[in-house]
Design a protein around this ligand. Structure first.
Ligand code: SF4
Length: 473
């Protein structure tokens, strides 16, 4: 086991993040000011923050010291950097994003102002530094199109027709709760009707996500859309996106219902275009179903279709992922979002299936690079980017767009600089207060809604009233 003792600071969060990147599972032992990595070598490190603000990491057994020879960073970042340098030497591995472990590396890119600084100060690999910097500029451009006084609305549906084996998003095991889907839809409508009369702010974007919002019957899906559009003032210029996700839930009636409200954006997410993988993952559809749903949506005039892919899926090689990218490029949707698989405790995959064996990591990394190259060549540019804790292979999730089709809601939600009002179980509403200094220092207040679907069904009006107070509507 690798033990890392903290001296002169209490930045457990950052130290844990760096250890997790190399060793997966870690445990904090605050009583002994230590963080342990079970899968690490038998070794003890001491990570110190000195009075001069400089951090050094020392191997207790050998006395070997690791520190950065250059400008000092703020303490939280400084201690992470010296530990990262030590671990790259101990393991022989470098991470694509260097010692950046946060979910929004584009914020650091904006603060630093150049790709070179990301590489020099944070040891970010050059291709990722360029990606981070390019994406940060586009995020900023899109963010300026969203007035800070407007609201961005999320409507959450945490249900799916079946559970994909890699899933870490959905909180409800559908086999237990599917029978309550109708009641959930009714509760959602109640929450919207209770809050809507208080809404006195313009809405810039509305995103209905999940789960799979199109899991409802045609009638109930139509009724929820009617409820939204009858009760909330949605200007024609408001961006509205519906995540239709799984093609096995997309029907012509639902597509028609969306178009009848003028909805122009839809997500149809294959995750992979390889049928063998789809079957093994528990997704009850084929790549032909994806193409059918995509064609039906195109025929109905949806302006922007987003399609998600996942790199690093189990049962797939890097080449399989690249082939999926090529197939999507042939379809020519407006947006393609590339995720790298990450795990949370609930997912049913093993640690190795997610973090990957050492020799797989290089393969997926190379495949993602090739996928990005193909997307760039086909005219797609990155417009938003985020990382998740435990992201497999140390990579990131990147939204690509053709022309000016980037999704404003995605940018607003990730920015922590625009207010988001969430309806539905597990929703997180937030108010963002700009403060002097870099964007990473903005103050954010959050108002969560209960995650458990059954509890939410019984209290959705109460959830609405809490948000009226929270937003001071
Ligand atoms: S469709 Fe998405 S949210 Fe639903 S089970 Fe699959 S991965 Fe999870």
């Amino acid at each position: 086991m690798l033990k890392t003792f903290l001296e002169g600071h209490d930045k457990y969060y950052g130290i844990s993040d760096i250890l997790r990147m190399f060793y997966g599972v870690i445990t904090e032992d605050r009583e002994n000011t230590c963080v342990n990595a079970e899968d690490g070598p038998d070794m003890t490190l001491v990570n110190t923050l000195g009075k001069d603000g400089r951090s050094v990491t020392v191997v207790k057994e050998s006395g070997k010291k690791y520190l950065f020879d250059g400008p000092v960073l703020e303490p939280g970042r400084e201690v992470k950097r010296s530990l990262y340098i030590a671990l790259t030497d101990i393991t022989g591995q470098k991470m694509p994003w260097g010692c950046l472990s946060g979910i929004r590396p584009t914020l650091v890119a904006s603060e630093e102002g150049s790709a070179g600084e990301l590489t020099n100060k944070y040891l970010v690999r050059e291709d990722k530094a360029a990606l981070g910097f390019e994406t940060a500029k586009e995020e900023q451009r899109l963010l300026e199109l969203i007035p800070a006084e407007d609201l961005n609305i999320y409507v959450g549906v945490p249900f799916c027709p079946s559970r994909c084996s890699y899933c870490s998003f959905i909180s409800q095991d559908i086999s237990h709760h599917m029978g309550r889907l109708g009641e959930y839809g009714d509760a959602l409508e109640k929450e919207i009707r209770t809050l809507a009369p208080h809404l006195n702010r313009r809405v810039s974007s509305l995103y209905m996500g999940g789960g799979t919002p199109t899991v409802f019957s045609d009638e109930q899906f139509g009724s929820i859309l009617d409820c939204i559009f009858d009760n909330i003032k949605i200007d024609p210029e408001c961006e509205v996106t519906i995540e239709a996700g799984r093609p096995d839930t997309i029907t012509e009636k639902k597509l028609d219902a969306m178009r009848s409200h003028g909805i122009g954006r839809i997500c149809i997410n294959p995750q992979t275009m390889r049928d063998e993988t789809l079957a093994k993952l528990g997704r009850h559809h084929t790549s032909a179903d994806i193409i059918r749903a995509y064609t039906q949506a195109k025929e109905r005039g949806f302006e922007v279709i987003n399609m998600d892919l996942i790199a690093g899926l189990p049962y797939e090689t890097g080449e399989d992922f690249v082939r999926s990218v090529e197939k999507l490029i042939e379809l020519d949707p407006g947006n393609i979002t590339v995720h790298t698989l990450y795990k949370k405790r609930r997912a049913t995959l093993t640690r190795e299936m997610v973090l990957g064996r050492e020799d797989d990591r290089g393969d997926i990394d190379a495949a993602v690079r090739e996928g990005y190259r193909l997307l760039n060549e086909a005219g797609y540019h990155p417009y938003y980017l985020y990382r998740q804790k435990d992201t497999g292979h140390g990579l990131e999730n990147t939204g690509f767009a053709k022309g000016d089709t980037g999704c404003l809601y995605n940018v607003a939600m990730m920015s922590d600089a625009r207010d988001v009002l969430s309806f539905g179980a597990g929703g997180m509403s937030k108010r963002c207060f700009e403060q002097e200094g870099p964007a990473s220092k903005h103050r954010v207040e959050r108002c969560p809604t209960v995650k458990d679907v059954l509890t939410y069904i019984g209290c959705s009006e109460e959830a609405a009233r809490r948000k009226v107070l929270f937003f001071e509507l």
